[in-house]
Design a protein around this ligand. Sequence first.
Ligand SMILES: *[C@@H]1O[C@H](CO)[C@@H](O)[C@H](O)[C@H]1NC(C)=O
Ligand SMILES: *[C@@H]1O[C@H](CO)[C@@H](O)[C@H](O)[C@H]1NC(C)=O
Length: 427
Amino acid sequence: MAGSTLGCMVHICVLLIISTVQADVNQEATLHKNLLQNYTKSIRPVGDPSKSLDVKFSIRLIAIDDMNEQTQILSSNLWLSMSWTDANLAWKPEDYGGLSETRIPMQDIWKPDIHLFNNADRSFEVAFDAMPLIYSSGLVMWIPQISVQSRCPFDMTKFPFDTQKCELKFGSWTYPENKLNMTLPSKEYKQEDLDDLFTQHGEFELLSVKQMRNSKKYDCCPEKYIDITYTLELKRRTEYSTHLILSPGIICSLLIPFIFLLPHQTSDKIIYGIGLLVANVFAFGEFEDIVPHVYPRVPSLGIYFIMNLALTGLAIVFTIAFMGVWNKSNTNGQVPGFLRTLFLGVFGRLCCVKRDDYMMVVASDGFKADTGDQSQSFENIDDQQRMVSQASRLRSSAEWRQLACVLDRLFFLLFLAVVIIAAVSVQ
Ligand SMILES: *[C@@H]1O[C@H](CO)[C@@H](O)[C@H](O)[C@H]1NC(C)=O
Ligand SMILES: *[C@@H]1O[C@H](CO)[C@@H](O)[C@H](O)[C@H]1NC(C)=O
């Protein structure tokens, strides 16, 4: 008997629950039917047609999917957040058993024709058909997720130390301000609550997002149109590219001046120079492979690599010229007076090429070569004259060699200064 009473009560309870749920469902269905019966979704839902409809608009970034320098397109994933009051979707909750909110598919109701102005893709499609939340006051809240491809003019001059600014410009395509007024819900862009959802891009780091509401007049129409523009500041993570491209370039360039310190007598200088040229061409090639070819903004790093190539070429040309100077020592010519004063005097001291030490070595070399003559006596005048002329010949040949040495050291210092300044300023 007790069991059957309990069973009966459970039965009644279940029936009651089912009937309330059914009543709720029925009420919501009635509400939808009533709301949509005479609804025209192409008409702006304002009570007074002369008034502007306020749409609160904002975005949240979910991911930076791609930054394509070649096509100059930024692909990102966003949550759009829009809310407005639809005068035709208001109801009294007490008429529907206290029902204060509902969801109606977006295709059945009016939605603002907000468009991404700098859209790079033909379609501006909402990723999934998010339902809007509708409150009894008529407030519609719609937060669709969307993948956008936007145009972004990349500036590659500072590659790979560049920071790119990309804009996302949203606005109503057809409604001017006096029909549809877009407003920002808050002054600053908010991302904090979505930080755990946000995916950083592998190559670019999102530094900041700035939002701005603009009002602009276009040629087509007399009214002003509102747009809300988000500016994303993205910084390239440089560690990888720096190590990969910059270091070989800097090392190759620092090796250039040392061509001037190699000895003249051998062909080492030329071999070294050609080695340098190959290394620099190779470093430039590596850079060329990595740098996005975006005309017409040439990265300054590209200019650095080209400058290295040019410096190598110049160094080789100068080396050959100085070898020519060195080889002058085998002829009878004298070092011209002004060259002697300038290079052997002033610059010689500056570059620490000691005149006398150098002379003695060369002179003793010369005398050793002529030991046969030395064993003979200096008795007659001819011999003395011959000795004098030989000494002057040795002297001038030593001077030629010394000149080549001074030029070498001078250009070593010059080139070293240039490559160090260039390497420091390219960072
Ligand atoms: C819709 O329009 C019809 C005819 O004009 C009217 O009879 C009906 O009451 C309206 N329905 C609602 C929910 O306003
Ligand atoms: C649009 O909204 C802005 C800011 O909320 C306001 O200053 C402006 O007067 C509004 N424009 C119209 C036409 O209502």
